[in-house]
Ligand binder design. Structure first.
Ligand code: MG
Length: 244
């Protein structure tokens, strides 16, 4: 009888102890706010803003003014020499951005080299360029090759595909913050996946990207995404963005 009592007490104590751990575990559980559901069954996440789906350039305008004049070809849009950069009509701050791009074939003889080898670019907030370039078995300064934050950050690897092959950029971007005096209080950060491979891992952007020099940050708000007309027939397709 005594043995049974001891066993019963031991079982009760064990149960109480287990209950106690369960209660402790509940203290760190969070139930709200509940994340919104995003449907990912389609080609584009359900909460994405589609910027270009091959049909028209309604979401874009020419930086020079007026409608975007890049030409539509086979469900893509092609940077059209002399028409200038294009930018989204809508402004964005923190985003996840998906862009697909393709550089044209290069001739076997006298192929363009360096920065002339089919250059374009994706500018975040019109100021910070993730370089688009044919960097497949092609050399240039490494902080200017495909996947670089232009003149600031060399890509971790070269994930480039050959010309005439579609490539992807998936960019996670946190916009810079500025204090009341207009001074940068938190620099922009960017993570870039090139063809699914991380090439920029939370790089802290130093300021606007420039060909010459290193300009400092200047205070700005949300701003368009811009694509570069560098005079080369680089194509883009399937462009969508998720404001974060
Ligand atoms: Mg460029």
């Amino acid at each position: 009888m005594k043995k049974v009592l001891i066993l019963t007490l031991w079982a009760a104590a064990t149960a109480a102890c287990a209950q106690s751990d369960y209660d402790k575990s509940r203290a760190t559980e969070v139930y709200a706010p509940v994340p919104r559901a995003v449907d990912t069954s389609g080609p584009v996440p359900s909460d994405a803003v589609v910027l270009f789906d091959g049909r028209n350039l309604e979401a874009w305008e020419a930086v020079k003014g007026g409608a975007a004049k890049w030409k539509l070809v086979d469900g893509a849009v092609e940077a059209t020499k002399g028409t200038g950069d294009i930018r989204t009509r809508q402004s964005f701050c923190d985003v996840q951005l998906h862009v697909e791009w393709m550089t044209p074939a290069v001739p076997a003889e006298n192929a363009p080299t360096g920065q002339a080898r089919n250059n374009s670019g994706v500018f975040l907030q019109e100021r910070y360029e993730v370089q688009v370039l044919d960097s497949y078995k092609a050399e240039t300064y490494v902080n200017g090759q495909a996947g670089s934050v232009y003149k600031q950050s060399v890509p971790l690897v070269n994930a480039s595909r050959p010309p005439e092959t579609w490539q992807t950029y998936d960019i996670v971007y946190k916009a810079p913050r500025f204090d009341a005096g207009g001074k940068v209080s938190e620099k922009a950060r960017v993570t870039v996946l090139h063809n699914g491979v991380v090439v920029q891992n939370g790089f802290e952007i130093e300021g606007p990207t420039a060909w010459i020099g290193q300009p400092p940050y200047e205070s700005h708000g949300c701003a368009p995404i811009r694509l570069q007309d560098h005079g080369d027939a680089v194509r883009f397709r399937n462009i969508w963005v998720r404001p974060l």
